[in-house]
Design a protein around this ligand. Structure first.
Ligand SMILES: [Zn+2]
Length: 273
């Protein structure tokens, strides 16, 4: 079997984990290669740390995440500050070089409609790469890949201008605990900044049992990976039969029309271990 290669871009350290972590674990277990990229250093996501200390801490969290699930790499573009990502020519070149260097079968990122300016910029950069990655005279220092990757988007709940289209869904019930271990690496986010940002009482992970931590993570961020609609259930059943039909947790993906042209069925098959 030739291992398949998956490249997941997020705006921040923790975005690939929450949107693709479970699928990544299943794929890696089956012998495939998964690389995560954060396009910013995440230096603004905290209520009390300095930018410099936070960027360092979040980089360490990504490397713990890499180790936890045996990612091929968790790359962080440390030179790009959080909340300042722009779809510049320089960043376009960086994204193209990362894609050409890793030679993925599938590239995923955020959609263009998203709450955070960095997510929108990341989505724009990766969408722009979907065609340009095959233009040899653009960034000639990095040779083009033998075939264009398939491109797609990770799940979100935004409705405007249109809701997310569930083209593929991957059940993750059997790897949910491992996904929680992955999220558990991003302590500065899931136990500190995000609860603070959401106006919740701050938990104390040092005093929590592993079961309590899993319950906490799934309760507050499960909306990113819970089966919540008939469409999701339908897509899961079509792809995974009874396992899919009864899944409670799944990660969903939308196929982009701008990369290599594949059918929805081929897109679903690509995501299967
Ligand atoms: Zn983010």
């Amino acid at each position: 079997m030739t291992p398949k290669r998956f490249l997941i871009f997020g705006a921040h350290p923790d975005d690939p984990d929450i949107c693709f972590g479970g699928t990544a674990i299943s794929l890696i277990r089956a012998g495939h290669l998964v690389k995560f990229v954060s396009l910013t250093n995440g230096c603004c996501g905290h209520q009390s740390m300095s930018c410099e200390a936070l960027a360092r801490r979040r980089y360490e969290e990504t490397q713990a995440a890499k180790k936890t699930i045996a990612l091929a790499e968790y790359q962080v573009l440390l030179e790009n500050n959080d909340c300042e990502l722009e779809p510049t020519l320089e960043n376009r070149r960086k994204v193209i070089r990362i894609i050409r260097d890793f030679q993925p079968d599938l590239v995923l990122c955020h959609r263009l409609c998203d709450y955070h300016a960095d997510h929108r910029a990341a989505g724009q950069l990766v969408q722009d790469a979907a065609y340009l990655t095959q233009v040899p005279l653009f960034c000639p220092d990095a040779p083009i890949t033998p075939k264009n990757p398939v491109f797609g988007c990770v799940y979100d709940t935004f409705q405007d201008p249109r809701p997310f289209r569930v083209d593929a869904a991957v059940p993750i019930d059997d790897v949910l605990e491992e996904k929680c271990r992955l999220m558990d690496c991003q302590v500065s986010q899931f136990y500190e900044w995000l609860p603070y940002d959401m106006g919740m009482p701050l938990p104390d992970p040092a005093q929590m049992t592993w079961n309590e931590k899993q319950a906490f993570l799934n309760e507050h961020w499960g909306n990113f990976y819970q089966v919540t609609s008939d469409t999701m259930r339908q897509v899961l059943a079509e792809s995974y039969g009874e396992t899919g039909r009864h899944a409670q947790y799944a990660e969903c993906f939308e196929l982009s029309p701008y990369g290599r042209k594949v059918t929805v069925q081929e897109f679903r098959d690509l995501l299967k271990p």
